[in-house]
Design a binder for this molecule. Structure first.
Ligand SMILES: Nc1nc2c(ncn2[C@@H]2O[C@H](COP(=O)(O)OP(=O)(O)O)[C@@H](O)[C@H]2O)c(=O)[nH]1
Ligand SMILES: [Mg+2]
Length: 361
């Protein structure tokens, strides 16, 4: 499934930037290594999985590590244990509602299977987390439309510009013609920063003058995308939430302009959420969703937080699928979200022996 993002083309040409996005090589449907692949491929895949694991290591310690420390041979499954597990999930930002639902399911399974040994709980919890996340495996696939249009939303600092830079790099790597629109025209610095990312990714940026109408920049970019036969147009937006009403009006207008330029656009409305901001992110998501209905979520900065449980809450509380996760500040630190890989990376206890030599952090 990870390959979907890249499925349009699979040859590398004019590669101008750093390391190739190894994500494309993982057999994401299983989250495991395919025995038929050769050594070099295998190395890449284990390297990729290790990157994910190390990116999620703080959450692994805080969430799985703490749960594991409760599950001991002398510990029976009882309500006290269940409540302690609930506390761990809540403080890892899984959210109260999601935690309650998850643990109700765990209780049902404990009862129906007659489990009494606390060791058995780990597998049950892992499976229940996977069940919540599983439906969310919907990678970004730009092959349905040309140009495919992506409107990127989120509060200031959530990681929109960085995520766009990483995405542009990935699409470009697959030989797509990529255009980026700088619709955060409020500050000159915003488009300067985007320019740096676009230069790194080797893609063109369409921008207006400082203070110009963001919607007209978007319109120009879409028209340019159509006339030049671009494969994808990615729109960066402002995120000043303190100007909530004007910002939401502006975003809604951008959405309408895109629709007018290409019926059905924007094809993807990607909300970028800072994984370190906790449950606030859920409230923000609901506000943005009212302005332009969200079709997917990118959760960034998972490498910097012990509260990666937010990914589980996002799915349950917002309803929109998590499509991408950010696990670092480099160009290739963006991953398609694959539920099985995510839970495997969180719950896997020890490295596979052949992974050890390939940790690239
Ligand atoms: N560690 C880490 N930092 C990130 C990630 N994504 C973004 N950042 C950082 O978050 C900060 C804000 O990002 P930016 O893209 O400017 O946010 P914007 O205001 O939404 O456009 C920058 O310092 C980025 O380097 C990530 O996945 N991991
Ligand atoms: Mg920005």
């Amino acid at each position: 499934m990870l390959g979907n993002l890249f499925k349009k083309k699979d040859k590398v040409k004019d590669q101008e930037s750093s390391a190739p996005p190894e994500a494309m090589d993982l057999d994401a449907t299983e989250g495991k290594l395919d025995p038929s692949i050769n050594g070099a491929e295998k190395e890449k895949r284990t390297g990729w999985f290790n990157r994910l694991k190390s990116g999620l290591s703080k959450t692994q310690e805080n969430l799985v590590g703490h749960i594991r420390s409760l599950l001991r041979a002398d510990r029976k499954i009882d309500e006290e244990l269940m409540e302690e597990i609930e506390e761990i999930l809540i403080q890892a930002d899984v959210g109260v509602n999601t935690t309650m639902m998850l643990m109700d399911n765990v209780r049902d399974i404990v009862q129906s299977k007659g489990l009494s040994d606390s060791f058995d709980l780990e597998g049950v919890i892992q499976q229940e987390i996977l069940n919540i996340l599983d439906e969310t495996d919907q990678p970004l696939d730009i092959s349905d439309h040309q140009p495919y249009t992506i409107l990127v939303l989120g509060v200031n600092g959530s990681g929109k510009t960085t995520t766009i830079g990483k995405l542009a790099h990935r699409f470009r790597y697959e030989e797509n013609h990529v255009l980026v629109a700088a619709a955060d025209t409020f500050r000159a610095a915003a488009s300067d920063q985007l320019q740096i990312w676009c230069d790194r990714a080797g893609v063109e940026l369409i921008k207006g003058s400082e203070g110009s109408d963001p919607a007209s920049v978007v319109f120009d970019a879409i028209e340019a995308g159509k006339s030049r036969g671009a494969d994808v147009v990615i729109v960066d937006t402002a995120g000043r939430l303190h100007t909530k009403k004007p910002l939401m009006d502006e975003l809604a207008k951008i959405g309408r302009i895109m629709e007018r330029a290409i019926p059905g656009a924007p094809h993807e409305v990607l909300l970028v959420i800072d994984g370190t901001t906790g449950q606030n992110a859920i409230i923000q998501a609901k506000i943005f969703h009212e302005a332009v209905p969200i079709t997917g979520v990118a959760v960034t900065k998972l490498d910097g937080t012990a509260k990666g449980g937010i990914v589980i809450a996002v799915k349950h509380e917002i309803g929109a699928p998590v499509k991408l996760i950010g696990i670092g500040e480099q160009l290739d630190d963006l991953r398609d979200f694959v539920a099985k890989d995510f839970t495997d990376a969180l719950f896997q206890q020890e490295s596979h022996p052949e992974e050890n030599s390939m940790v690239d952090e």
